[in-house]
Design a protein around this ligand. Structure first.
Ligand SMILES: Cc1ncc(COP(=O)(O)O)c(C=O)c1O
Length: 447
């Protein structure tokens, strides 16, 4: 790699102007908290104008290698031609009608052919809508009220049933907070204890199939079996794992038999198309053919059947079926993880930096010399990556457009950030951080 051609980016004037005005217009300045200014250093792009493949450009015209890819939703690449062409064809036919569009059945048949465990599917524009719908169905089906979720997993929905169980519970009535209980994700004993504590009360468990560590391949199914023994439904949230761990996701990898599964990020290359799949006897509760039975108002959204987003989903599935996208993305992830670990070792920073997770989504942990998680040092690390043209929040979610050359650039920046880490450890991060923005946890009690 010709490192002389790698720019050092230091101009963020238009970004600064954007940052200074946007909070007057939009609470949070963004539409997911993890895109917010409090998640980035001051020397960073505040807004993106466009993207192509694995790259994006900010308001100052700076070009960055993207590593989180639209919060992991862009599985093929930005403005991916095959997807966009299909979307544009659909747009020309109209995007929303007063009866369903035929593309809804086409997608249902296609998606369910990928998930033979499930018989029915419902669409939405957001993942939260799908997880909440799954919870509602589980309550209606079981007649129980409690929902259980892993305490060590960060996010399942912005709706009351979930966000009320986090530190960000302002605005959620206590009565709702009581209805969600938690357990440690990787422990069958913890799950067993939960069932002992709340006998016949838990309607469902919602859990991501893979999060932090590699678990035994049969762990997840054992957990599902345990839930079923207690009359509890299992919702597998494939929002992040879908189209990443495998195709269509961990449900296939583990041959798991959850009652429902939720899908979003990645299944439509960043377009707003999400889905809930499930077994017929449960999903039918949300239908209109159980004459004389209570009607569950499951998901009813004006934009849920928007045709071009569904078309994006169909085109994305097509690319995954015709190419080994999963294999490519995993090899990119492996290449980065091996390179980054080697740099950490060579730079003798193993006591403060580590790369964990998986080849489909690796994460960086930054600690200080006392072994504590350190957001100041993390911000400094990000600042240095961004300076070298890599928009890195500590997660690499590889997409089909990433190449090994892109990862070489990323590793070059990673090496530079490690060198800066030494300075931060020696003199304190404050001395090297430009501006006063230090990133904060997304899920916190106070602003
Ligand atoms: C595991 C998981 N489930 C659900 C959601 C909610 O998805 P959305 O942001 O599309 O509502 C997220 C979003 O980050 C997620 O990570």
């Amino acid at each position: 790699m010709d490192t002389k051609s790698i720019p050092v980016i230091s101009h963020f004037e238009k970004s600064d102007e954007y940052r200074n005005t946007i909070h007057r217009l939009i609470p949070g300045g963004a539409h997911t908290y993890s895109k917010g200014d409090d998640q980035f250093p001051s020397m960073s792009p505040a807004a993106i104008t466009h993207g192509k493949g694995a790259y994006c450009w900010d308001v100052d015209g700076n070009k960055f290698l993207d590593t989180l890819m639209g919060l992991t939703s862009v599985s093929l690449g930005h403005a991916y031609d095959e997807v966009n062409e299909r979307v544009i064809r659909e747009i020309h036919k109209g995007v929303n009608f007063s009866r369903p569009s035929v593309i809804e059945r086409e997608m249902a048949e296609k998606f369910l052919s990928l998930v033979p465990q499930h018989d029915m599917i419902k669409y939405a524009k957001n993942g939260s809508v799908c997880t909440t719908a799954a919870v509602k169905l589980a309550r209606a089906y079981t007649g129980r009220t409690l929902v259980a979720r892993p305490i060590d997993h960060p996010f399942y929905s912005y709706d009351d049933w979930f966000i009320g169980s986090t530190a960000c519970d302002s605005g959620i009535p206590d009565a709702f907070k009581q209805l969600t209980v938690t357990y440690q994700s990787d422990s069958l004993e913890a799950l067993e204890k939960l069932f002992d504590q709340y006998p016949n009360q838990i309607a469902c468990i919602i859990s991501e199939p893979e999060k932090w560590n590699h678990l035994e391949p049969d762990f997840y199914q054992k957990a599902i079996d345990l839930a079923h023994k207690h009359g509890t439904l299992w919702i597998m949230d494939e929002m992040i794992t879908g189209f990443k761990t495998d195709f269509p996701g961990s449900i296939r990898k583990f041959n798991a038999q959850p009652d429902m599964a939720t899908w979003g990020k990645g299944i439509a290359n960043g377009f707003s198309f999400c889905a809930l799949t499930g077994k017929k006897e449960i999903m039918e509760y949300g239908g209109i053919q159980r004459v004389g039975q209570p009607k569950v108002f499951l998901v009813s959204t004006t934009h849920g059947g928007e045709t071009h987003a569904i078309a994006a989903g169909l085109a994305t599935i097509d690319v995954f079926e015709k190419n080994d996208v999963i294999g490519h993305n995993h090899s990119i992830g492996d290449y980065f993880m091996a390179g980054a670990k080697a740099i950490i070792e060579r730079q003798q920073l193993s006591h403060v930096l580590s790369i964990g997770g998986f080849n489909w989504s690796s994460f960086l942990t930054v600690k200080n010399a006392n072994g504590e998680i350190d957001f100041g040092l993390r911000t400094l690390f990000m600042q240095e990556m961004i300076k070298h043209g890599v928009l890195y929040q500590g997660i690499l979610a590889p997409c089909f457009s990433h190449t090994k050359e892109d990862i070489d650039l990323m590793l070059y920046a990673f090496d530079a950030a490690c060198t800066m880490m030494h300075k931060g450890l020696e003199d304190g991060y404050e001395k090297h951080l430009i501006g006063n923005s230090v990133i904060k946890p997304v899920f916190r009690k106070l602003n």
